[in-house]
Every structure is written in C-alpha cells, then in structure tokens.
Write a protein of this length. Sequence first.
Length: 262
Amino acid sequence: MRWLSRQCCVVLATACLLCAANIKLYLKDGTYQLAREYKVEDDRVSFLSVDRDEWEELPAALVDLDKTKAEIKRREDTTREEAAANAAEEKAERDARKEVEQIPTAEGVYLIEEGKLTPIKPGESKIVTDKRRSVLKALSPIPMVSGKATLELDGPHAPAGTANREPEFYIRLSADERFGMVRLGEHKGNRVVEKLTIIPVTKETMEEPDLVATFRKQVADGLFKIWPEKPIEPGEYAVVEYTDGKVNMQVWDFFVAPGTGK
C-alpha cells in the first residue's frame, strides 16, 4: 500500500462499528467488489479485496460512492438498533428475574404495581343456597343437594385493589390446577364469584364464572403472570384457582377503582 500525500482526500469506511465486516463497494454498472476497507484518493479508489486479500485500485468514475456509503450507513444503523434492542431485552430479563426472586415460594397471588409486589389475601368463599350457607374449604369439594346455588364472598368490596385498569398479577400454584380472573357479581350485599347448578341424579355441578379474557405467561415452575387482554371496567374482581366440576375454587379478591389508571 503506497503512502498518501496530505493533499489527498482520504475516507476510511467500515461495514460495521463493532467489527471489520465486509463492504460492498458498488460500481456504476450495477456490480460490486467485496472489500474490507476502501479509500478515495483524488480520482482513484483503493480497496482491500476480500477475494484476493490485497489492495487494488479503480477509477473513481466507475465507483458508485453514494450507494456504497448509504449501504455502510444502513448496516451501521441496523447494528446500533440491534445492539440497543438486545440491551433492552437483556435488561428486561434481568429485571424480571429479580422480580421473580422476590416472590415467596408459598402458594399465593401478588399484585404488580410500579415495580412493587403486594400480596393479595385469599377470600373465604361460601356456598349459598336457599337453605344454608357453607364455608368452602380451600381445594376441598363439599357435597350439595340438587338445585341452584352461588359461590360468594362476604361484603360488597375487596379489602385491596388498584386504580390500574390493566392490573398484572403473579400467581404461584400449589398444584397443576386451572386459574384465571373473574368479575364478581352482587347478591344481597355480597359478591358472587360464580353461579352453580347441581344436576339431579348425576349430581354434576355446572359452574358459571364471569371469566375475564386474560394473557398468561409462565415465568418459573408453578409461577405464572396473568393480566387482562384489554382494560377492565372499575368493579370487583378476583384471581381464582380451580378444578372444573369440583367446586373447589380458591379466590384472591381485589377491586379496580375509578380513577386515572391505565
């Protein structure tokens, strides 16, 4: 490679900011030469050929420098964007791992709000029929007579909640059970988790929860994140764990308050 005089206009370009990637040195006839780097020297273009691993020269009039520079810039911009996206993804994964590590190992539900976790206390649900009111033990079905009934929580309001209309929760399961989010109804000043119909003879139970459409993501063994697919209206809700047909629903009740939340 010969030395250049001070009068020469020298432009050194690379295809990537982080590594010496190959450059497409475009020619005006539509072809290109693969180069590791190139330099413009007055009316000549010198380039280090990838194919021959030596410096070569071309008349500058034959080289499409604008297209070459545009391609190099595009690749550099793409490299920067990919690096920024990877860094953001890695940070999100680190933050998620850190958040997960804070969750107790015992079964439960936790509200995620502004990076903080708030435990949601389980509610004491009860089977209500025309003749009696029976406490539903956690994941322990109780026999019922044929007819209509409701699964209820005492009182009109949950003790904890949020103004965020797209609340996110972690739920840690004790077993491989179904789970979801339901909107609670109202019955004589109490909250209805679901309606029940006990079929005569077969004693099968038809459950009718008002399920909220949700997204779910498993983040560890037995640990999931759950959140609504779209903003939910202010009102009474619950995250629930259950087995179809067994009336063994566990309930973690919460409210969504009117406000300026999402």
